[in-house]
Write a protein that binds this ligand. Sequence first.
Ligand SMILES: Cc1ncc(C[n+]2csc(CCOP(=O)(O)OP(=O)(O)O)c2C)c(N)n1
Length: 644
Amino acid sequence: MLITPGKLLAKIDKPEDLRNLDQTALPQVCAELRQFIVDNVSVYGGHFGASLGVVELTVALHYVFNTPDDQLVWDVGHQAYGHKILTGRRDNFHTNRFYKGLSGFPKRKESPYDAFGVGHSSTSISAALGMAVASQLQNNPKRHHIAVIGDGAMTAGLAFEGMNHAGSTEADLLIILNDNCMSIDPNVGALREYLTDITTSPTYNKVKDEVWNLLGKMSNFGKSAQDIVSKIETGLKASLLKQSNLFESLHLRYFGPIDGHDIDHLVSVMNDLKDIPGPKLLHCLTVKGKGYGPAEKDQTKWHAPGLFDKVTGEIKKKVYDTPQPPKYQDVFGHTLVELAEVNEKIVGVTPAMPSGSSMNIMMKAIPDRAFDVGIAEQHAVTFSAGMATQGQVVFCNIYSTFMQRAYDQVIHDVCIQELPVIFCLDRAGFAGADGPTHHGAYDLAFMRCVPNMIVSSPMNEQELRNLMFTAQSGTIQEGKQAFTIRYPRGEGVMPNWKTPLEPIEIGKGRKIRDGREVAILTIGPIGNYAVTACNLLENEHIQPAHYDMRFVKPLDEAMLHEIFQRYDKVLTVEDGCLMGGFGSAVLEFMTDHGYVARVKRLGIPDAIIEHGEQIDLHRECGFDPQGIANAVRELIYTERAVTA
Ligand SMILES: Cc1ncc(C[n+]2csc(CCOP(=O)(O)OP(=O)(O)O)c2C)c(N)n1
């Protein structure tokens, strides 16, 4: 379905075309841009509310600044649809997030206007500062550098590290704080309270208005007048706010808060700020989902709603005749409450993903024992470690990809101190349409090499429940080892998933089927593909054995001895990186014990795999059911050819 842009938008192939318009045309551009986003996302899916909320900011930024020479860095990048549409990708926008199509996030390879690749939050200030300092070193004082960061992303330590550094430089850096009071779920923490205070303080706002009026009047009078204004402004702010402005105290000049939907005001303020040297922050107030009623009302649901009817606002859900398997995240959420109702020591921790991880189920059921700590993965892990020192049984749920942020905390704060924190890594394996920034490709490799760490992955909902049950049990909690349970995005395989809870012996796999010639060893839900592959091969009278290993660490050594004694052809399958992952662990076992076998490993190669449906990516990497069947055939027929 072709989406037709409005009249003005149709003529904007690059920001220069926008800059050639009269400022009076900008409200119309904003309206058309907003409509184009609604039209596209309703039909093709993607992130939604965040882009609607920054339509005016986006238009103003490209109107005022000389992009792409001026460097514009979006934080997270899920709000950059308007930016993509204005920067040469309008006619291709229907491919957004599709296999081989546009990326859902800014990406350097995709466009010169995407100054920095993103997906994970809170990198924009550091990146833009790096660019600003490089411009100084390269004697390019005219270039501007802008970081657009949300109030949610601002809660991460990395954002503060960036500001702390920026405040000690003279770099030309403009930080735009896009404050909509939301993360994916409502934003949390003291910073949010602070931003609300600053926004509503009558004294502060009076001073601010006076300063802005003065600045507006004086900015026509050239550089020295502006210097005077800036001194007055700093003096006023400092005395009236008693140095209490957080950003000012980090030596960032603070401006705002202003209405982030008033395009004329945004343009004039940004024009003024262009002439103010050094690091500065403009606080803009916006509404997530602005301009689309249902999205303004339920901002969490409309963060990424899926396909919807744009007229009625009804979100389209597939309807099935039979009961469907639940999402793994929901099995996690419900099982956690079930366990926590019995074991009072259990607590839950999530860094800003209550709905994404289904921790919100526990936050609702047992609010005082479930914590959303903001976008702060490092803190989430160390906070969990702290609680574990006091005997709490902590389920710390972090998306596999975001756990990369907290690796030092896993080693230094948890494993070295022998603390039995339970890490539930959601979205392990390919994340799908979110792409390489979000793929959970590395966790098996980076978790298994840390001492005092158990690493497991369930093949289905029942195993997830049983692993969670096992991890919180007294024996494990006294065992001084952390416990990783990784599972993928999306649905499992068991419509009747509420099975009785049973312990699983640590390091014990299970044989799914006996076979001949080849043994397939799998870890986690990808094992279900192996089941399908075995069924396909059955028609060709090929009967591989299949083992669901369940643990990558410790490996089921008894089972591996049995396998290497019986089979000289072994296939390992994992939805994680091949280097250092599950297959590597099996190879290590093989050489350590002197076995000789032909081992083929399927998994994610040493390459950046782009976005697409999970099944497309599995196919690309050769571990969809057909790929697994092919690998078995290859093992068998190569061997037969050699021996013939
Ligand atoms: C390191 C990291 N943790 C978690 C996420 C998941 N995430 C994506 S957007 C988002 C909320 C961002 O909130 P904010 O910066 O305020 O932007 P808004 O969506 O409100 O515009 C979160 C938590 C992420 N992208 N990166």
